[in-house]
Write a protein that binds this ligand. Structure first.
Ligand code: MN
Ligand code: MN
Length: 300
């Protein structure tokens, strides 16, 4: 089914904002730059351009594949010769754009980064209604393998729906046994992740999380925890957020205990940071695409 015009307009607006930010940040990230400056610049531009962040800006360095965003007091800077994935989420009235680029400050990894970009180009070439998800994965894996690299098999693209970033349907970048097929009108975040051929080709969870999401309503002991949870529900709904976005609560003496209670009560869940299992560097490229009648359209 084709997407109604009014929805498509908001979807395209979010995607235009995300694309402009991606292009600008690609020129901005340099060695020595504080990671928190990258996050705040991306999120600030999102608001200036009339969108809202659909998730905190992810800045994932070297073997970190995804899900790092700066905590409030982050002192980390872009290391020398880093490869830096910047993953940007923008929404307009819940219509989400999800796009990422890899800034490569080490010429040694330039080919790996262009392999991720080429795999994404291949995905755009083949995506159409009726395509099987299994065939998609096998094709992307092959495109990466012939270049002498390996896909990250447990990170996938994903169906996007209003206010839902991962809407239940995955687009794996490697061999898989899915029986589902692509349908007209679906919007996907398409995102090959690539590592070195001697890497594990999968990610592990780190114990730490810097990106969070409202999960369920629980009765809470601490009145300050209740207040924060209400703010989270009202402002971020089903979308992920960063602790940086709770700044106005952070100076309160009960803040740390309250946030801890939100986590242990499972009112709020954390997304663990993903690291390449063998600690090899990872490149990523991502567009948001729309499945059209006979192919697909890159929206970002
Ligand atoms: Mn993304
Ligand atoms: Mn995505």
């Amino acid at each position: 089914m084709a997407v109604p015009e009014e929805e498509l307009e908001k979807q395209k607006q979010a995607c235009k904002i995300a694309r402009e930010i991606r292009e600008e940040i690609q020129q901005t990230v340099k060695e020595g730059m504080p990671l928190i400056d990258i996050c705040e610049k991306v999120e600030g531009m999102t608001r200036e351009k009339g969108g809202k962040p659909a998730f905190p800006c992810n800045v994932s360095v070297n073997e970190i594949a995804a899900h790092y965003t700066s905590p409030p007091d982050d002192k980390q800077v872009v290391p020398e010769k880093a490869i830096v994935k910047v993953d940007i989420g923008v929404h307009v009235d819940g219509y989400i754009a999800d796009t990422a680029t890899t800034v490569c400050l080490d010429p040694e990894y330039a080919d790996m980064v262009s392999t991720a970009e080429e795999a994404l180009a291949k995905a755009v070439e083949i995506l159409r209604p009726g395509l099987s998800v299994a065939r998609f994965g096998a094709t992307i894996q092959k495109a990466i393998k012939v270049r002498g690299y390996k896909p990250i098999s447990n990170l996938t693209g994903h169906l996007i729906r209003r206010y839902i970033i991962h809407a239940g349907k995955s687009l794996p970048n490697a061999f898989n046994l899915s029986t589902s097929r692509i349908k007209e009108g679906e919007v996907y975040g398409v995102e090959p992740f690539v590592t070195l051929s001697n890497g594990a080709g999968r990610v592990d969870n780190l114990p730490e999380a810097y990106i969070f999401r409202y999960q369920k309503h629980k009765s809470l002991q601490n009145p300050y925890a209740k207040k924060i949870l209400k703010y989270i529900k009202t402002n971020f709904l089903t979308l992920p957020f960063a602790e940086r976005w709770l700044n106005k609560f952070a100076s309160h003496s009960s803040y740390k205990i309250a946030f801890h209670e939100l986590m242990v009560s499972k009112s709020v869940m954390g997304y663990p940071v993903f690291v390449e299992a063998s600690r090899k560097p990872v490149a990523q490229a991502e567009y948001t695409i729309l499945i059209t009648k006979d192919g697909c359209e890159v929206l970002t």
